[in-house]
Design a protein around this ligand. Structure first.
Ligand code: PEP
Ligand code: MG
Length: 323
């Protein structure tokens, strides 16, 4: 099976009816690009940049975060590692299940860390840190195609603040005479409030990326890290599927890019459904790419579209998916 899949590495991901599908990699460190290229990824759909910031506590329990130069070099290595293919860098998503260090782990005595200060909320609460990251990413964009992805947005006010900080980071680089490149701007759809206000998001962003891991958590009120309720963490819940389907449909209607970068994208049980809902861009752990490609090569989207509508309307989509 492994050997058979390996032969698919250089085969383009095209369905039986000729639909091109983009299979991208999720990475945590710049060095992961080697595995992504090897697996046949055509780009990075999610570089979880927080991994550059995590686990940097020294023996004195002090944390030194990566400065602009260190980040710039890391992002540039990722871009070079992808050999001209696009790299989507998500700004820092710490807090909740991704503690920055011992100190912030203890901050998790906050009652509900998943509902607290994490991701873009954290960045907007610490503009100096966020601006440092934005400048590093802008500078790295002079070396290749970078798409900037913002996690956990829900409010129009957060979108406004984020965009104005991006402008401010550019102005800072201008005033220094530093070289930087253009960025495509994207937002993650991982809070139901975002999926229910797509118009606002599409006004401001070039593309959207659906983070199903958190979208499931927040739609179903199931802590993704809590074993006691893990049996209720259901990617096939009709409410989750509706939010995913609506996001794909609205992006396509407006001609904007849309991808799924949560675990659902790398789960072959969902490949046909996502194709049937109109998705043409999937981002996943590199180890999943060949198996998903095999599903894509066997798929006929013309047949999958009406079937996917039926799955969406079913009381028990999981059964409809299996059937
Ligand atoms: C997601 O929420 O689906 C996602 C891709 O982000 P993370 O798993 O890093 O929260
Ligand atoms: Mg997430």
């Amino acid at each position: 099976e492994r050997g058979r899949l390996a032969r698919l590495r250089h085969k383009p991901a095209v369905t039986l009816d000729g639909q091109r599908v983009e299979l991208l990699a999720n990475i945590e460190m710049p060095e992961d690009t080697a595995g992504a290229v090897k697996a046949g990824a055509v780009g990075v759909g999610l570089f979880r940049s927080e991994f550059l910031f995590m686990g940097r506590e020294n023996s004195a329990r002090q944390t030194r975060l990566p400065d602009e130069e260190e980040q710039y070099q890391a992002y540039t290595r990722a871009v070079e590692g992808m050999q001209g293919m696009p790299v989507t860098i998500r700004t820092i998503d710490v807090g909740a299940d991704k503690p920055l260090d011992g100190k912030s782990a203890s901050k998790q005595e906050h009652l509900n860390p998943a509902l607290g200060l994490r991701a873009i909320r954290w960045s907007l609460a610490d503009p100096a840190m966020f601006l440092t990251q934005l400048r590093a990413i802008l500078r790295a964009a002079a070396h290749g195609e970078i798409h900037l992805l913002i996690p956990m947005l829900a409010h129009a006010s957060e979108i406004r603040q984020t965009l104005s900080l991006i402008d401010f980071a550019r102005a800072e680089l201008d005033s220094r005479g530093a070289v930087y490149g253009p960025l495509k701007l994207g937002a993650m759809i991982e809070i139901p409030a975002a999926a229910l206000t797509l118009k606002t998001f599409l006004k401001h962003f070039d593309f959207l990326s659906i983070g199903t891991n958190d979208l499931i958590q927040y739609t179903l009120a199931i802590d993704r890290a809590d074993e006691a309720v893990a049996h209720l963490y259901d990617p096939a819940h009709p409410a989750v599927l509706k939010l995913v389907a609506d996001t794909i449909t609205e992006c396509r209607r407006q001609g904007k890019g849309v991808s799924v970068c949560g675990e659902m994208a790398g789960d072959v049980a969902f490949t046909r459904l996502l194709l049937g809902l109109g998705l043409r861009s999937f981002s996943m752990h590199p180890s999943r790419i060949l198996a998903v490609k095999q599903e894509v090569l066997r798929a006929d989207t013309g047949k999958l579209e009406p079937w996917a509508k039926g799955v969406l309307d079913a009381d028990d989509p999981a059964a409809a998916l299996a059937g």
